[in-house]
Design a protein around this ligand. Structure first.
Ligand code: EPU
Length: 345
């Protein structure tokens, strides 16, 4: 059974804290509701927006069509061998609470991804990553409802075409799949990943535990990133742009202290550093601002609008483009899609 409501406020369901109204709204608590949902949307010619924790989303005032909040719950562990277990988590579970519970159950490998807002089902969409670990490094498969074939199915890690902040769910087949569960392979023995500068200091700690890494990640994130419950935001607002070794070398001639990280034969430029150098840190556009402790985060001081956000976003993109010759792409999904004028330089 589907319970469909009309004209539902989404203000508390998007971490940016924008005021928005869904024309149609439903909450999905059982996978059996998904075929019904898709049939309903087809029959009434409604576009479908899937909502997890709403933490990587920029909404317009009116969201036409159907908004479906994925609220599927469940947790299932299967021991594979002495070293590893398989963990299947339903899409609607909270990501941070899931990482916490993994550690309680002695399942290690995702502790570096503590405190990332959102749900488990949203995590593969942008291949969440932080402090030297990406979701794809620990993922076995993603269970989905396939809207094109009208059937339940699963995608292996390689089927998901993961790359930096990207996947088949975001780009190639953005409308096709509804994620219902994610399965990870986790270790029974803790193998720390401490290459990231803020974690490096733990290297010499005696009896280091995964909980220590989890706590340190929480502490770094809390010191740099605003809590969406206090200050509306969508995490990193821009992706770190990827350039060739040659482009990096040219940029370094003009900006010797430009921060860049190697990434599969190319280089990821620290967008936060570039925005900061353009003088945007702490600046405001109406009620939208650039966070004073991390220039990559745009926040809503309260009552901010998507129009103000788009103006701020475009101004930042243009000034980074002018100074560094690099165009910054926003990381969150825009719904309805962003106005094309914003991409013009
Ligand atoms: N920097 C500045 N000024 C700033 C911000 C950053 O000079 O205002 C410099 C920093 O000093 C550092 C470099 O830029 O040298 C990189 O900054 P940081 O370590 O904070 O990481 P980031 O590249 O800005 C990425 C992710 C974060 C993730 C961190 C840690 C993206 C878009 N963002 O940020 O992810 O937590 O690395 O791994 O890849 C998110 O996706 O919401 C998110 C927070």
């Amino acid at each position: 059974m589907l319970s469909i409501q009309r004209n539902v406020a989404l203000d508390t369901l998007n971490t940016m804290g924008f005021s928005a109204t869904a024309e149609y709204f439903t909450r999905i608590t059982e996978v059996a509701q998904l075929p019904l949902l898709c049939e309903y949307c087809k029959e009434h010619e409604l576009e479908l927006l899937l909502l997890g924790g709403g933490s990587n989303l920029v909404l317009g005032d009116s969201v036409f069509g159907m908004v479906a909040q994925i609220d599927l719950k469940g947790w299932e562990t299967t021991r594979l061998d002495d070293d590893r277990s398989q963990l299947r988590i339903a899409a609607g579970e909270n990501w941070h609470a899931a990482v916490d519970r993994m550690l309680e159950e002695g399942l290690f490998g995702l502790e570096n991804l503590a405190l990332i807002p959102g749900t488990v089902g949203a995590a593969p969409v942008q291949n969440i990553g932080a402090y030297g670990v990406e979701l794809k490094d620990r993922l076995l498969e993603v269970e989905v409802y396939d809207r094109t074939q009208a059937c339940f199915s699963s995608l292996s890690c390689s089927d998901c075409h993961f790359s930096y902040r990207d996947s088949v769910f975001k780009s190639i087949e953005a409308e096709r799949y509804i994620i219902t569960a994610v399965t990870f392979v986790l270790q029974h023995q803790f193998k720390p990943v401490l290459a990231y500068s803020g974690l490096h200091e733990l290297t010499d700690k005696a009896d280091l535990t995964a909980r220590d890494v989890f706590d340190q990640v929480c502490s770094i994130r809390s010191s740099k990133l605003p809590d969406p419950k206090v200050l509306g935001n969508a995490g990193s607002f821009f992706k770190n742009p990827i350039v060739s070794a040659e482009q990096l070398q040219q940029l370094k001639q003009h900006f010797p202290d430009l921060v860049a990280y190697p990434d599969q034969g190319q280089f990821k430029l620290a967008a936060g550093w570039m925005i900061d150098r353009c003088g945007w840190k702490g600046k405001r556009e109406g009620q939208m601002g650039v966070y004073e402790r991390q220039a990559l985060v745009l926040y809503n001081a309260g009552g901010g609008t998507r129009a103000q956000l788009e103006v701020l976003m475009t101004k930042i993109q243009r000034s980074v483009q002018q100074r560094f010759g690099v165009w910054l792409e926003p990381e969150p999904r825009f719904y309805p899609a962003v106005h094309t004028a914003c991409h013009l330089t």
